[in-house]
Write a new protein. Structure first.
Length: 416
């Protein structure tokens, strides 16, 4: 009989499986983000992965590349066009517009959604990622821009980064727009110019210079001596009041989305093996106007888990994996299993995470399984232990042993 073709164990192209160690690392990333943004007074919100496709096609939200080439859009059974969200900003703008009268402003919101983009998978780019979104609505103050940038900075510091590990580059849509007016570029040329600025560093520098020349823009015009007023204001708050030493003006920072209207920023990794934009954001004044008569200004950023992983990996900042399970109960023989189950129940009632072996394999193999799971301790439950009421907790990494009465066990594991 012909052997039946097996299904692939690989996940869909560009997305990831999270085995327990990967999931623990992701959880660490999400918990670190959460802790920092909540310290700044941001409240969590959530929404569905599914959005009507028109949300991204609407005027203002439109980002040609993301919508035409990178969206996962399909027809549902009712013939409606649905998109797996490629970003969170249109969603949060919709939610803010939807309850504008009930919500208090300034409004500080955060979420860590899973987002989807049909991109060519490469280092730092996948088709699915988790993205921290931090957004502040209802303020025009430069201090609001500075605050979200300070949140981004503090997230980096919480991951163990030093100031020299990253640079926060601030650009200005106002500056680019005034340049466009000054040079006299028409609509199509202006779009080309913005795209070109956004691509600088991603395309060869001579190609950049060539395209710049074609548009009739001199390189000097891109590097004014002083930052424009909006950037200067934010920079001075960051530097003088918040003590942030790695924020600079960079007229080349422009960002891909059309909805940005003011100061925009990107955080760059300074490591030579990883020198790229890690994440970014900016001010957008008009997005809620898509849904509502009155517009609420917003400023925020999105930070993905993929680029921060690379950042942590090249610096040895990835925390070691330890599972939540503290102890594995191995059964010396099939007859000890019920005693092991009972002991596990008692320990769990005390709040200790315990896994139990069902005694189907030799003791050595049971212990090997515990070691593969990286569970720190094993206790062998056998007739002797049951009779005496004392147990030996063996540390699988060091080989060290602690002899404990049943009563002392929970205390021991709770204090690990
Ligand atoms: P974005 O720059 O498109 O901005 O994405 C934000 C961050 O998400 C990126 O800098 C990167 O860390 C991560 N990211 C984006 N695409 C991918 C991908 N294909 N694979 C891995 N990571 C990725 C936005 O999405 C804006 N909505 C952010 C924002 C929020 N602006 C204001 N508020």
């Amino acid at each position: 009989m012909a052997k039946k073709e097996k299904l692939s164990v690989e996940p869909y192209k560009g997305v990831r499986d999270f085995y327990p160690e990967d999931q623990a690392f992701l959880n660490y990333i999400l918990a670190t983000m959460r802790e920092v943004v909540e310290r700044f007074g941001y409240a969590e919100y959530h929404a569905s992965i599914l959005e009507p496709a028109e949300l991204y096609k609407g005027k203002g939200v439109e980002n040609e590349e993301i919508i035409n080439d990178q969206s996962y859009t399909f027809l549902d059974r009712g013939g409606r066009e649905v998109t797996l969200r490629p970003e969170m900003t249109p969603t949060v703008a919709r939610m803010v517009a939807g309850k504008r009268r009930e919500l208090g402003f300034p409004l500080r919101l955060y979420s860590i959604p899973n987002v989807f983009r049909y991109e060519r998978p490469q280092r730092g780019r996948l088709r699915e990622h988790w993205q921290l979104n931090v957004d502040l609505f209802g303020s025009n103050a430069a201090a609001a821009d500075a605050e979200v940038i300070a949140v981004a900075y503090s997230v980096m510091i919480a991951f163990g980064a030093k100031e020299s590990d990253f640079t926060i580059k601030l650009g200005s849509r106002n500056f680019t727009d005034s340049l466009i007016t000054k040079i006299g570029l028409d609509g199509a040329q202006a779009a080309k110019f913005r795209r070109l600025l956004d691509q600088r560093g991603k395309i060869p520098e001579n190609k950049f210079m060539e395209d710049l020349a074609t548009l009739g823009v001199a390189l000097e015009m891109l590097s004014p001596e002083k930052p424009p007023k909006d950037v200067a204001e934010v920079l001075s708050i960051l530097t003088d009041e918040m003590g942030i030493g790695n924020a600079v003006f960079d007229p080349g920072v422009i960002r891909g989305f059309n909805y940005y209207t003011g100061v925009v920023f990107e955080v760059f990794d300074t490591h030579p093996d990883n020198s790229r934009a890690m994440f970014g954001g900016g001010r957008y004044e008009n997005l809620t106007a898509l849904f509502d008569e009155e517009q609420v200004p917003g400023v925020g950023f999105g930070m993905g888990d993929v680029t921060i992983r690379d950042f942590l990996a090249v610096r040895g900042l990835v925390p070691p994996y330890t599972p939540r399970t503290r102890v594995y109960l191995a059964a010396a023989s099939a007859t000890s299993v019920s005693a092991a189950l009972a002991l596990a129940g008692e320990l769990r009632a005390e709040g200790i995470a315990v896994a139990v072996d069902f005694g189907e394999k030799k003791l050595g193999d049971q212990i090997k399984a515990a070691a593969k799971h990286k569970i720190p301790y094993v206790i062998v439950v056998g007739p002797d232990e049951i009779a005496k009421g004392t147990y030996v907790a063996r540390n699988l990494e060091t080989g060290g042993e602690a002899v404990l009465t049943k009563e002392a066990l929970s205390e021991f594991f709770l204090n690990l």
